[in-house]
Design a protein around this ligand. Structure first.
Ligand SMILES: Cc1cc2nc3c(=O)[nH]c(=O)nc-3n(C[C@H](O)[C@H](O)[C@H](O)COP(=O)(O)OP(=O)(O)OC[C@H]3O[C@@H](n4cnc5c(N)ncnc54)[C@H](O)[C@@H]3O)c2cc1C
Length: 515
């Protein structure tokens, strides 16, 4: 199938939230403009979900792809840096650990670091927690930030970073980026979706104004409504609430407080967990909870007790269900963002899933000749990989807890796990081996952080680690810890770094988006 340059493929994106504008910007950057005509429809009346402030380091690749100037983007979205997520009370109420963006230690004698650490620990040596060997953990714990060093020999090259930003401002930023590069924006509410009598493909959208928008490929970024993939194409929903029972969130921003830490905080609570995300002009807060185990009033009280600054507005309730559509692409409709699925924001995975889908779709983009089913099948295969792996990683945070006597936590500790996750946990317990995916989320170091952080202890390790003489192992471990500490101690305070690199033009603007 060849592209016909006089007759471009008409791609219609439905929705102008983070998903819609990331899709519009990504596709307009990646696809040849002569071959694809991009139109985005959004409704001011319906608005966006208005949450989604914490990201993963992958977003930097996306922004780089667009050629976005980082400091400008951070100023305009009032962003801060993020070195990881601190989990408070997820194993036992008084525990805490940081899931860092970066590696633990370095491989020695060709063997991954955690095996050396496990060997020393199992031998009874006082080598300290695994987290002492992560640069990002130590930097985050000191509320420090500097850019990683590009020299791979430097200990300062062993971490990465992401951002916290105002989700509403990010969508606006991308809207400006995309519309100045040829994406047509239509404001209006879609009231009818027309399908071709023969193929069943979507072929037209009718707006409230009576205007009709025709297209060849439709990208459903309509949020939880899933207007095209769910409501029109009838693609079924795979409900994962038996593993991830949280189904509500209350979001409420508050005034910024000090220190401006360089990590997201997720604190386990009786009926769910609260988040805290420090931006330049305010702090985003929320409580994610399970309606089966926690009443709304209790959630509100828990949230208000957790907030450490003056509230800016009232808590806003959001309802959702964990899961995904059984397919992300059906006929000529592809869903991206909340229209395709949702896993609670515990590890800030939604924006990554949007980015992954945009890149996968760009790689598998249909041409004028029509939709090749094999492209859709491949997209759906990748979509499943992304969602299913993310699900397992999130469930790990819940199932490995020792918060006995609290109904939600008792339930998640005793539920039947997905087989794939049971396997990963058993493998780690037996041999300290953690998943090492070459594609998608999460990295081996992320798994290590959460496995160890949740109190799962390996009973064995890769015996190849024994090739390193025991005395050498001890001195290497001590030396590494010292090197990390010394370098981190010399780092700049995160708030100072932000103030000099990307100060937001306006210092307080409470309610562009609710969280
Ligand atoms: C409580 C909570 C916290 C979250 N935190 C994070 C986080 O920290 N990090 C992260 O990565 N993700 C997070 N997410 C997820 C994140 O918010 C979303 O993935 C992201 O905002 C994308 O949303 P969306 O664009 O798919 O949907 P929306 O923002 O809901 O956008 C839907 C769009 O479709 C349009 N639309 C719908 N129907 C019609 C119609 N009939 N006609 C015209 N237009 C229509 C709407 O106007 C809107 O523009 C969180 C989600 C929740 C619920």
């Amino acid at each position: 199938m060849q592209a016909d340059r006089s007759n471009p493929v008409r791609v219609v994106i439905v929705g102008g939230g983070t998903a819609g504008w990331m899709t519009a910007a990504g596709l307009s950057r990646l696809l040849a403009p002569a071959d694809y005509q991009l139109t985005l429809i959004e409704s001011d009346e319906i608005g966006t979900v208005g949450v989604g402030e914490a990201t993963l380091p992958h977003i930097r690749t996306f922004n780089d792809l667009l050629g976005i100037d980082e400091a400008q983007f951070m100023r305009e979205t009032r962003a801060t840096f993020k070195l990881g997520i601190e989990f408070v009370g997820w194993d036992r109420p008084d525990d805490r650990y940081i899931h860092p963006f970066g590696t633990f230690g370095e491989p020695w004698a060709g063997v991954d670091f955690q095996h050396h650490w496990a060997r020393a620990t199992l031998a009874g040596e006082d080598v300290g927690p695994l987290f002492d060997y992560s640069y990002a953990v130590q930097a985050a714990a000191r509320a420090a930030f500097e850019f990683p060093n590009e020299d791979p020999k430097s200990i300062r090259s062993t971490y990465s970073y992401a951002y916290h930003f105002d989700a509403g401002l990010y969508a606006k930023f991308l809207r400006h980026w995309a519309t100045t590069r040829g994406v047509t924006r239509i404001e209006g509410k879609i009231v009818d979706v027309g399908r071709h009598g023969g193929s069943g493909h979507v072929d037209r959208l009718t707006l409230e104004t009576g205007a009709i928008v025709e297209g060849d490929l439709f990208i459903d970024c309509s949020g939880f409504r899933a207007l095209l993939l769910g409501q029109t194409m009838g693609v079924a929903w795979d409900d994962w609430s038996k593993w991830l029972p949280c189904d509500r969130a209350m979001a409420m921003p508050c005034a910024r407080t000090e220190p401006l830490v360089s990590y997201t905080r997720a604190t386990a609570q009786r009926g769910g967990w609260t988040w805290r995300i420090g931006l330049q002009h305010r702090t985003g807060n929320g409580m994610v909870f399970s309606s089966a185990f926690c009443r709304e009033e209790e959630a509100r009280e828990t949230l208000m007790a957790a907030v450490d600054g003056a509230p800016l507005g009232e808590p806003r309730l959001l309802r959702f269900q964990a899961g995904r559509r059984v397919k992300g692409w059906e006929g000529n409709v592809v869903a991206i963002g909340l229209a395709s699925g949702f896993l609670e924001p515990l590890e800030s995975t939604s924006i990554f899933l949007i980015q992954a889908a945009v890149v996968d779709l760009a790689n598998l983009m249909p041409t004028r000749g029509g939709i090749d089913r094999r492209l859709a099948d491949e997209f759906n295969r990748l979509y499943e990989v992304h969602y299913d792996r993310t699900r397992d990683f999130l469930v790990l945070h819940y199932c490995a807890n020792r918060r006995t006597g609290e109904p939600l936590w008792d339930y998640v500790r005793t539920m039947t796990l997905p087989d794939s996750l049971s396997h990963e946990i058993a493998l780690f317990e037996a041999s300290a081996a953690a998943p090492d995916y070459q594609y998608g989320l999460f990295s081996r170091d992320s798994w290590l952080a959460v496995l160890v952080g949740q109190g799962i202890v390996p009973r064995g390790y890769n015996r190849l680690a024994d090739r390193l003489p025991a005395e050498e192992l001890s001195s290497r471990l001590q030396g590494l810890r010292r090197r990390i500490r010394k370098n981190v101690d010399a780092m700049t305070d995160h708030a100072e770094f932000v103030a000099s690199y990307c100060p937001a033009a306006v210092s307080a603007a409470p309610m562009e988006s609710a969280a």
